[in-house]
Design a protein around this ligand. Structure first.
Ligand code: SF4
Length: 996
């Protein structure tokens, strides 16, 4: 910056009182130049910084009487989207006729039209010949024509129109001194305007020389004026370099460690934050990390490019609302909004926990209507209960619940009025208005950044509303809102006193902070290349000329920019990169510039990439910046650590964890592996006759005693949400019980008649139709297509069932359906175990048939897969007991003679199951073995030896994987534990597995 400041000083001295205008690319650059000038102790009078666009606007406003309003780019993109939709609907596009009009596509088209107009091309002088495809040229001409007439009709002026209008009225001003920034980024129309504006004598601010890097040729007012060289002018001209640069380099395993190392170096330098600047090559990787770290440890930071809007609560609220809408207003995304504190439902509402409880209990699942219907139903139920309640306490409780639900229902009614139905054609404007309503009335803001986020979103919506006329599908509307609102950035800032500034290197050419850190100098992010733009290929860009950039030069431009930044650096420079890509689990190489800087700094000109591997690299932060750095350091150091008791006393959970780890690694079976001191009188059904066993519970116990303990003793439950699935109507359990109901109702309807396809096809289909309709009211399908598909499948299952029943009924007749015992008011079945003790059993048998022989045959409908059932494995190591238990239970319950039930069958009357019957003969061996299994399992309950399953296949679909952490056991240790000689019951349990 020395040459630049010197030149500016000269000009200010030569024209002390004359108005001096420096034409810059942006105000930020203007401010940077001004600060660099002032920092040298210089001051000026009448020095102004203006962009070419400011000057054009001033000229237009001064002279053009009927100039229109300036077009905002957000509105322009919206207008382009609508315009393309119209052209497509009217079949006026040829080359782009197959393209879906998405926000991304319309944005790209707008960028192309903007470039063409910036190059001075209009519908009159459209350069058809520059395009490789005639139909593309025709389409772009049509779009351009339409866009121009839209601007005219709406009395709007885009940037090109402003420059063209200004050019008509521009006057040269000899009374002003114009000074140009070097390397001005001007479109063709801007350049033409500036050319007309400038008097004979103009001046240009020089840049420090960049040696050995080719710059893209620019002439005239866009050219670069070269000043003196600096130490870092010679990065690519090492032979001629004369001074030793102040360079430092390091690499890190992750980007997080990279920025922590930067902070550590800043700290050790003892320099104030505002004498340092960090430039990154990639915003995504570094901005988030810097932001979170700054939040945690309170470093004052300014961000040149700001943050994504999603860092603010309003941004997250919009994102959550879109998810809520996309899932057809499923309860869970709403609860997420509530629990994260993003949606504010007012002080009168009951607690978040209670609301979550109500919404889950009511089994709302999804859809706007279901919230209101279910809340209403529950309120009616509560009102009835209130009428009959006698105790005051009960009445107060019911009244409170009623008030809560009433309030909730009104709140949802108000909200849903503003939000569209899912899966309908939606008016874009109303949708945006709905979001704005929620932001104004229900958005929780807790910081200045939240307020900025909210205002930014509301302003953007306000701008677009007058042009948001289209009707879109649910999918399109979500994409459009995401593109409009979630791509916003907030809190862009210049470097401020007292703050460390973090920005893209592209904005760093005029930096004047002494200490520069450049992070992300790896070859993925720097110099970067841009692939061809299919809308304007490089060959077409070259043919079009007129300052339209050629994308193949992007890498070269970036390299020059970075070198220019370095050439201007006045103090030490530290460069770094992250040498490992965690997401793709692979090593990352440095950028060539990094190597070149290394060669320059070390003086080893022949150094190659291999040598960079010796650079300092950190696996953990060198100094503790946040808590986890301390622990990471301990973890990465392989030497054995003993955490002293004083330290552990501050972390009781850690202490528990270490203890449990120790016990879990011990060979003995202990309380950390499922050994529980139980109250035998309560858990053992032989002692506690109130404790009724069921087939499902016993099978679960046999599958994994530990999961039984979690579920039935500790009563741990996973939170169950009914989730909206756009590709499915009924979950497996609901579909199964619907089929059960159809089969039961069918037999009840035909009474004593034998089922026949010919006679009863209509009957079963009608029954199915009615029950399906009832189910549809309870659970609305995501759409009619999915509904029709699932209905077809259910009807096909009915046909399969009927056919199979026709054959089956030749030798059997049904006696009982849904035969219950031990549930509701039904007496339990009593089964006598080999020890002579009895247990009480509860259950519900789908069907009991009588064979021609007079024997009984138990049927259990299965609507899932046949995978786990075969004719060989009778008990599957205790996991299939129902067939035997039901045989014993019904014989006792109906007071039948022993052996009356000859068979139990698992019956699969479904399309996938192909009416398979897996039959288990209930002979003496099966009964004897089955009873032995029961006794052994009940001994597990009595002894509290809730060991984990010995077969990891049982864990595949287990809800408790995250709780039990079986996979952390060493396999051999677990085997030893499960055979612990001190526990006879463990071996008895192993004996259960012996029964195939
Ligand atoms: S994950 Fe496996 S061991 Fe753990 S509770 Fe579930 S079935 Fe048992």
């Amino acid at each position: 910056m020395k040459s630049l400041v010197r030149e500016l000083k000269l000009l200010c001295d030569n024209f002390p009182l004359t108005e001096k205008i420096i034409i810059v690319d942006s105000f930020l650059i203007g401010e940077q130049i001004n600060e660099a000038y002032n920092l040298q102790g210089y001051h000026s009078i009448n020095l102004k910084f203006k962009t070419a666009f400011d000057l054009a606007v001033e000229t237009t406003e001064l002279h053009a009487i009927s100039s229109g309003k300036i077009l905002d780019p957000t509105i322009a993109e919206q207008m382009m989207y609508s315009l393309l939709e119209h052209l497509k609907a009217e079949s006026r596009l040829d080359y782009f006729s197959g393209m879906e009009i998405t926000p991304t596509f319309s944005k790209s088209v707008y960028a192309t039209i903007r470039q063409l107009r910036g190059a001075g091309y209009t519908k009159e002088n459209f350069p058809f010949d520059a395009f490789l495809s005639k139909s593309k040229a025709d389409d772009l001409h049509t779009i351009l024509k339409k866009f121009e007439s839209l601007l005219e009709r709406s009395k709007l002026m885009d940037e090109a129109a402003v420059f063209l209008t200004a050019s008509e009225f521009v006057n040269k001003r000899d009374d002003l001194v114009y000074i140009l920034q070097s390397n001005l980024q001007l479109t063709y129309v801007a350049e033409e305007f500036i050319k007309q504006l400038l008097p004979e004598n103009t001046y240009k601010l020089p840049l420090a020389q960049v040696r050995g890097v080719q710059t893209v040729e620019k002439s005239g007012i866009r050219s670069i004026s070269w000043g003196d060289t600096s130490t870092l002018s010679y990065i690519y001209d090492l032979e001629n370099a004369q001074e030793k640069p102040e360079l430092a380099y390091f690499t890190a395993k992750t980007e997080e460690l990279e920025i922590k190392e930067v902070l550590e170096r800043i700290k050790s330098s003892n320099l104030p934050f505002d004498q340092n600047v960090v430039y990154y090559t990639n915003s995504e990787s570094y901005v988030t990390l810097f932001y979170h770290l700054a939040q945690q440890i309170g470093i004052p930071l300014t961000f040149g490019e700001g943050f994504p809007i999603s860092f603010s609560r309003p941004g997250r609220l919009v994102s959550g609302l879109l998810k809520w809408f996309q899932t057809n207003y499923s309860v869970q995304p709403f609860l997420d909004l509530l629990q994260e504190g993003l949606i504010d439902i007012g002080d009168e509402a009951s607690s978040k926990g209670k609301i979550a409880g109500y919404l889950r209990e009511l089994q709302i699942g999804w859809s706007k209507q279901r919230y209101l219907v279910k809340l209403d139903e529950e309120m009616r139920t509560l009102e009835k209960a209130l009428e009959t309640a006698e105790k005051e306490e009960k009445m107060a409780h019911l009244t409170k619940q009623l008030n809560d639900l009433n309030w909730l229902s009104k709140w949802f009614q108000a909200i849903f009025k503003r939000l569209p139905e899912y899966d309908s054609q939606i008016n874009y404007r109303s949708f945006l208005e709905g979001i704005a309503y929620l932001l104004r009335n229900s958005c929780a803001t807790k910081s200045g950044m939240d307020e900025v986020g909210k205002t930014t979103i509301l302003d953007t919506i306000e701008k677009v509303l007058p042009y948001a006329n289209e009707v879109l599908s649910s999918y399109e509307i979500v994409e459009k809102v995401k593109d409009l609102l979630l791509s916003l950035r907030i809190k862009q800032s210049k470097a401020k006193p007292g703050h460390l500034h973090v920005a893209s290197y592209r904005s760093g050419v005029y930096n004047h902070r002494a200490n520069v850190y450049i992070v992300g100098l790896d070859n993925r992010h720097f110099p970067g290349t841009t692939s061809e733009d299919p809308l304007l290929l490089d060959r077409e860009r070259k043919a079009l000329g007129r300052n339209i950039p050629v994308l193949q030069n992007t890498g070269q431009e970036n390299l020059y920019l970075m070198n220019q930044l370095l050439a201007h650096a006045s103090g030490p420079v530290t460069v770094s990169y992250c040498h490992f890509d965690i997401h793709n689990n692979r090593a990352v190489s440095p950028a060539h510039l990094f190597l070149q800087l290394y060669r320059y700094g070390t003086g080893i000109h022949e150094a190659d990439f291999k040598e960079l591997k010796n650079l300092p690299s950190y696996l953990t932060a060198r100094k503790v910046i946040e808590n986890k750095d301390y622990w990471n350091r301990l973890l990465s150091d392989e030497s054995k650590k003993v955490l002293d008791s004083e330290l552990l006393s501050h972390y009781p959970n850690l202490e528990y964890g270490l203890k449990s780890e120790k016990y879990r690694q011990a060979p003995e079976f202990n309380e950390y592996d499922g050994f529980v001191q139980v109250e035998q009188e309560a858990l053992d059904p032989r002692l506690n006759k109130e404790e009724r066993v069921s087939a499902a519970k016993l099978e679960a116990l046999a599958k994994c005693p530990y999961s039984y303990f979690l579920k039935n003793v500790l009563r741990v439950r996973p939170i169950e949400h009914i989730e909206y699935d756009p590709y499915r109507w009924l979950d497996a359990a609901t579909r199964g019980s619907l089929l059960h109901s159809i089969f039961e109702k069918f037999y009840k309807e035909i009474k004593v008649e034998k089922p026949s396809v010919k006679a009863h096809e209509n009957t079963i289909q009608t029954i199915a139709g009615k029950l399906i309709d009832r189910q549809k009211v309870l659970i609305p399908p995501p759409n009619e297509r999915i509904f029709a598909k699932e209905v077809d499948d259910i009807l096909a299952c009915c046909t399969i069932f009927l056919k199979e029943e026709e054959t089956h009924s030749k030798s059997y007749r049904p006696l009982h359906f849904e035969y219950a015992f031990g549930v509701r008011d039904y007496e339990p079945a009593v089964i006598t175990l080999p020890s002579g003790d009895t247990i009480h059993v509860a259950g519900m048998i789908d069907r009991v048939d009588e064979a021609d022989s007079g024997d009984y045959h138990i049927i259990d409908y299965k609507t899932g897969s046949t995978y786990s059932y075969n004719n060989r494995d009778i008990f599957k190591g205790g996991r299939q007991l129902q067939h035997m238990l039901y045989a014993l239970a019904i014989e006792q319950h109906l007071q039948l003679e022993s052996g009356k039930v000859q068979e139990s069958a698992y019956y699969f009357p479904t399309v996938k199951g192909m009416a398979t019957r897996v039959t288990r003969k209930q002979d003496d061996v099966v009964r004897t073995n089955g009873l032995d299994i029961l006794e052994r399992l009940i001994d597990v309950l009595k002894s509290g030896t809730f060991t984990m399953t010995d077969d990891e296949n049982d864990c595949k679909f287990c809800d408790f994987k995250a709780v039990c952490r079986r996979k952390f056991y060493d396999k051999d240790v677990l085997d030893v534990k499960q055979m612990d000689q001190n526990f006879e019951e463990l071996r008895r349990f192993k004996g259960v597995r012996a029964y195939d």
